[in-house]
Design a protein around this ligand. Sequence first.
Ligand code: IPE
Ligand code: IPE
Ligand code: MG
Length: 263
Amino acid sequence: MSLLEKMFTTLFLKRKKVVNPDLLRQLDKSKLPKHVAIIMDGNGRWAARRGLPRSAGHQAGVESLRSIVEICCELGISILTVYAFSTENWKRPQEEVDTLMNLLTQYLQNEINELHRKNIKINPIGRLDQLPESARKELERAADLTKNNNRLILNLALNYGGRAEIVDAVKVISKKIAAGTLSPAMITEETIAEHLYTRNLPDPDLLIRPSGEYRISNFLLWQIAYTEFWITEVLWPEFNSEHLIKALLDYTNRERRFGGLKI
Ligand code: IPE
Ligand code: IPE
Ligand code: MG
């Protein structure tokens, strides 16, 4: 990215809104979701609309992540799962993949102390062994340093695919069956859930997709059975605390029935 492009991105980000107190006041904190999942999409379009390279969009996307993590902490959300790189994103040009991997490494290097200070637990999920070594090492370091933190669990979905996750779970379950430690008749929905990357975590209550795409793109296929969706045309680099609060407000006014009847 050129210096001019960097300056443009920084200026744009400085204009990001601080939390609107009126909106915040409307929020019933007792009804907030425990677990929020976000598909961080639209970086490339954000950059293209400004005549910038896609890398500038990804850089701006990192800034959105930074501010959304902060507001989730302040609001008392317990778990935030963000989709950062899918098992299908390897199809992109090598240069873009390298940019994304470098941004991930830099994000961890720059933010880890602050995240740790804020009592945030970094929990990478996905086929991490296929990531470049530098990114993998930073992830391991971050996960290890923050493993006992409990204010917010930040699940970073990297080389993540919902189908790959189910395949990986089936492999482990099959091995247990072959070893005689698990019998097929004993398999329940809980057995599957316990073998996913998200084991021990409740399912997402709310899934947010910026950039106006009405699809799941292989994210958390098992876990979103009863998740509430909130889709916005806003692109991820523009997504700020106000958008998050609007999504939360919408969520708090919904009625979740889980297949049952209105109480
Ligand atoms: C999301 O933004 C980032 C990743 C998928 C890694 P995109 O790069 O998909 O942006 P668009 O969808 O092309 O605008
Ligand atoms: C989903 O976005 C993956 C991430 C945001 C990491 P994509 O841009 O890869 O999804 P599609 O291709 O539009 O479905
Ligand atoms: Mg996209």
